[in-house]
Design a protein around this ligand. Structure first.
Ligand code: GDP
Ligand code: MN
Length: 379
């Protein structure tokens, strides 16, 4: 999950990283109110999850109330690389002596963290990497050892940050590393990290990507989830603990195992249909999971038929069949269900279903047959 700059700055601030005082604003009047509160001059900044806002006219300096109004009017609604600005961040403007770059990210092939630090910040790091690669000091960090202040001190010297900035930067980098690791980020980037004329170092921008696999231990991340942008089906699925991705077709899909779920999408496409979703119910295809899965798919108004594709391995098909029957008692389903049940105890499973079959509960012997039937019902 990518954070907006204002969210990233709040995340940084919680870990003791210095940021400018500021607040969000969704209207011109709110922008003025924030500016009055933090004091002029201020910077009015577009909150979109894309870089290069400055160049696109999404970051503007304002010296007084009229300028705040003017910039807020212009930036709200601005389209930056396909992202329409709905929210602003207004912060006290900083005087800049130097712009640096700092980030931590994963180095997957080497199984370490990668720190990047440069005295040439403010521009895109890709450009620096291309034109002036020796200006970036790379640091490989063993996740067990972490980043010590001593290492950070050597690193800021190697990156040739200005002498007056080094100690503050080293301390800030240790905090940024803690934010990145303890905060379960995939990326924590500050560009620019600035040195002010009165020799203070602080973060002027924040780019943070959170590792969603860790969301179970971060209930506080809920505040970062903008309901307005989330697919309501995915939200419902997440609440029910399902592994669901919303698509825009008409055949609802339930399969066990991610591989089988993907093959199911392929086969539905192959026979001329479109999948409404990806949904892997995993190994535990019991009544609770099946009922939850059917409920989520049933709530999607585009769904015209439901294809349940189960290959019993460790999961026994008779258990799945019981789960389906039990789930159907609890949820009333608007679309016909086509089942393909194969693998361990398939015969027992089909026998259990046999007395309940009708035009809304259908079994087919193979995956391809079932796909054809589900697609025919949907089209
Ligand atoms: P980005 O273009 O999306 O990366 O947005 P940034 O937050 O990095 O802002 C872009 C540029 O605007 C920075 O590199 C700075 O040069 C400038 N900028 C941002 N905030 C301030 C500020 O408080 N004072 C001054 N003087 N310039 C700023
Ligand atoms: Mn930036």
């Amino acid at each position: 999950m990518d954070l907006f700059e204002y969210q990233g700055k709040r995340y940084f601030a919680r870990h003791g990283i210095a940021v400018s005082p500021g607040d969000v604003a969704d209207t011109v009047d709110e922008a003025v109110a924030v500016a009055e509160r933090v004091g002029y001059p201020v910077v009015v900044k577009a909150q979109v999850k894309v870089g290069g806002r400055g160049k696109a006219g999404g970051v503007k300096l304002a010296n007084n109330v009229d300028e705040v109004r003017e910039h807020a009017v212009n930036i709200l609604g601005l389209d930056i690389k396909g992202h329409v600005v709905k929210r602003l961040w207004v912060e006290r403007s900083s005087d800049i002596a130097k712009e640096y770059y700092a980030s931590f990210t994963l180095d997957r092939p080497n199984k370490t963290h990668l720190g990047m630090l440069s005295a040439q910040g403010g521009v895109e790091i890709e450009v620096v990497a291309e034109e002036n690669p020796e200006a970036i000091a790379f640091l490989s960090i063993d996740p067990v050892e972490g980043l010590t202040l001593a290492t950070a001190r050597r690193w800021v010297a190697e990156a040739e940050l200005d002498d007056v900035a080094r100690e503050q930067s080293a301390e800030l980098l240790v905090k940024l590393y803690e934010c990145y690791t303890q905060g379960d980020c995939d990326l924590a980037e500050i560009n620019p990290l600035i040195l002010t004329p009165d020799n203070k170092v602080h973060a002027l921008d924040a780019k943070v990507t959170l590792d969603e696999n860790a969301s179970y231990r971060h209930p506080e991340w809920e505040e970062f989830r903008g309901d307005e942008f989330e697919d309501p089906r995915e939200k419902m699925a997440k609440e029910k603990g399902l592994n669901y991705i919303g698509l825009d077709g008409t055949v609802g899909i339930i399969a066990n195992g991610a591989g089988l779920a993907m093959s199911t999408l392929d086969v539905v496409n192959q026979v001329g249909g479109t999948a409404a979703n990806f949904l892997d119910i995993g190994g535990g295809a019991n009544a609770d999971v099946m009922a939850a899965a059917l409920e989520v798919i049933n709530a999607d108004p585009k769904v015209k038929s439901i294809f349940v594709n189960i290959f019993g391995g460790i999961t026994r098909v008779d258990e799945v069949a019981k789960g389906v029957l039990e789930a159907l008692k609890r949820v009333s389903i608007n679309s016909p269900i086509v089942l393909r049940l194969d693998g361990t105890n398939a015969l027992e499973g089909r026998a259990l279903l046999a007395p309940h079959l009708n035009e809304n509960l259908i079994t087919e012997p193979t995956m391809l047959d079932a796909a054809r039937r589900a697609v025919a019902l949907a089209n």
